[in-house]
Design a protein around this ligand. Structure first.
Ligand code: MV4
Length: 497
């Protein structure tokens, strides 16, 4: 393939991730940025970059006209949207193609079908490939009709807002007696929150697991899966830890769910990388939840266990090339776990903006860090709180857990609070370690415990801060002047005593 100019219409770690693939393939990485991101690594590391507006995303990364005009200015041959922002806006995919630029993602039509929950459900039901949770076929507004349908489906029932998402506008109804009042409340809430009061009903899947299958398809009809990811460690519908393989799924179920995902991908005419999300109950029955038509945050765990570079494949596919592998070439080798590191107060679950006064990331065998941080970097208030993804590979799940624990303890991030202590505590949780956890782990079987560091830990934190933050060129606040720079860890002190 002759070198192409490829614009990544995104920021942060994913922009760097995609740029890496672009460069490795001999293409030219290009960037856009908001004013708040002018000192970001994705700008510095691109061959050329254009500012698309002010800090708030609506004025920059979400502004389709500004992004397209930047692409033209940069003479981009293709645009990779990353995740979030415009990645799942069919209108954007269409605008890119209309500008004569290649969109590195699926066709706009599939994005819009899968972006509409009821249309997605109907499409999947129509091809008969994926089992659906028993429920209503359409959005409902009539409470009496809904009441009768709920009786047919059977309790407990989940009421979901058609226009909702990410758990918003969801209501669990345990028994018939509470149905009408909860249905009414959900209707008015959905109308207020989303401007659309339509609801749909589903049988409640008890003790659910969030299992998703990575799929990838080229323009020549080749469709493969890269096995499943277990994403049940979530907090308020935000994923915290993902792993592959799922410690819960049997070989038999894995074969079934992956085959079902490939069949559905083929039948909807999907092209490029995508993910099919399932709810799985305690008996390993699985039900289609939704399809994500983008590259996902947690794609590294699938790359770890298969050895496939998903972004390179995405680029090849977009330019009409065939997948570089066949299904029979793929094995799920070893075990991978990803930890999403967020700039947040793990106790109050509040995002933290501010300057990173010291950074030291781990490396070594089976360790991958995807991050845009550097010493002195100022975390803007406008975007997501995820500042790094630390993923590990081990020959076994036990090795991956041990490696994860070691590298999270080694990680130094000064000046801001992060959720690393939460990860370390999760790695000590019996249910997590045994691998028999569900989406109810955080909040029911696991509660984060704020710890006050002892004298020894504080001393180590000072050393860590000094090691990572003192530098000739860095003129920021020194860590010991900064009360937020205390680095907390568990376990490491033992080894150093
Ligand atoms: C469900 C469910 C149980 N039964 N639907 C939450 C987010 C939204 N996308 C779907 N969600 C759920 N739908 C039925 N019929 C349980 C959840 C759910 C959940 C799903 C995936 C990951 C984490 C979750 C946490 C709580 C509830």
């Amino acid at each position: 393939m002759a070198p192409k100019r490829i614009l990544v219409a995104n920021r942060g770690e994913i922009a760097l991730r995609v740029h890496r693939a672009v460069r490795e393939m001999g293409h030219v990485p290009l960037a856009i940025y908001s004013k708040a991101d002018r000192l970001s690594q994705h700008v510095a590391k691109a061959d050329a970059a254009v500012c698309v507006g002010e800090g708030p995303s609506i004025h920059s990364y979400l502004n389709i006209d500004a992004v397209i005009s930047a692409a033209k200015q940069l003479k981009a041959d293709a645009i990779h949207p990353g995740y979030g922002f415009l990645s799942e806006k069919a209108e954007f995919a269409k605008a890119v193609e209309d500008a004569g630029i290649v969109f590195i993602g699926p066709p706009g039509k599939v994005i819009s079908t899968m972006g509409d929950k009821v249309a997605a459900r109907k499409t999947m039901a129509g091809i008969g490939g994926l089992p659906l949770v028993p429920g209503s076929k359409d959005g409902m507004t009539d409470e009496n009709e809904a009441f009768r349908l709920a009786k047919d489906i059977g309790y407990p029932i989940m009421i979901k807002a058609l226009a909702g998402g990410g758990g918003r506008g969801m209501r669990l109804v345990m028994e018939e007696g509470e149905f009408l009042s909860l249905f009414r409340r959900a209707t008015s809430e959905a109308a207020k929150a989303f401007g659309d009061g339509r609801l749909y009903l589903e049988r409640y899947v008890t003790s659910p697991h969030h299992i998703e299958v990575q799929v990838i398809a080229d323009q020549h009809g080749n469709v493969c899966h890269l096995f499943e990811r277990e994403c049940s460690v979530q907090r308020r519908h935000q994923k915290v830890i993902e792993e592959s393989p799922s410690p819960f799924v049997s070989e038999e179920t894995r074969a079934k769910i992956c085959e079902a995902a490939v069949k559905a991908t083929k039948e909807i005419g999907y092209v490029n990388a995508g993910t099919i999300e399932f709810l799985m109950d305690d008996k390993q029955n699985f039900y289609f939840m939704e399809m994500n038509t983008r590259l996902q945050v947690e794609h590294p765990v699938s790359e770890w266990v298969t050895g496939i570079d998903l972004v390179k494949e995405q680029i090849r596919i977009a330019f009409g090339e065939k997948l570089s592998f066949r299904q029979s070439d793929l094995r799920q080798r070893g075990h991978s776990i990803e930890f999403r590191v967020n700039a947040e107060d793990p106790e109050k679950f509040l995002p933290q903006a501010g300057r990173v006064t010291g950074v030291s990331f781990p490396g070594g065998l089976g360790v991958r860090v995807d991050s845009h941080l550097y010493r002195g970097y100022e975390i803007p208030v406008f975007y997501d709180s995820m500042i790094a993804k630390i993923s590990v590979w081990g020959a076994t799940r036990a090795e991956a857990i041990a490696r994860g624990k070691a590298v999270l303890q080694e990680t130094v991030l000064n000046g801001i609070k992060t959720n690393i202590p939460l990860h370390l505590q999760l790695l000590e949780n019996e249910k997590f370690v045994r691998g028999n956890y569900t989406t109810r782990l955080i909040g029911e079987d696991f509660h984060y415990q704020e710890r006050t560091p002892d004298a020894e830990e504080l001393k180590m934190a000072m050393i860590a801060a000094a090691v990572s933050a003192y530098g000739k060129e860095y003129k920021g606040k020194c860590p010991e002047e900064d009360e937020n720079s205390r680095w907390k860890s568990t376990g490491r002190m033992e080894a150093l005593r």
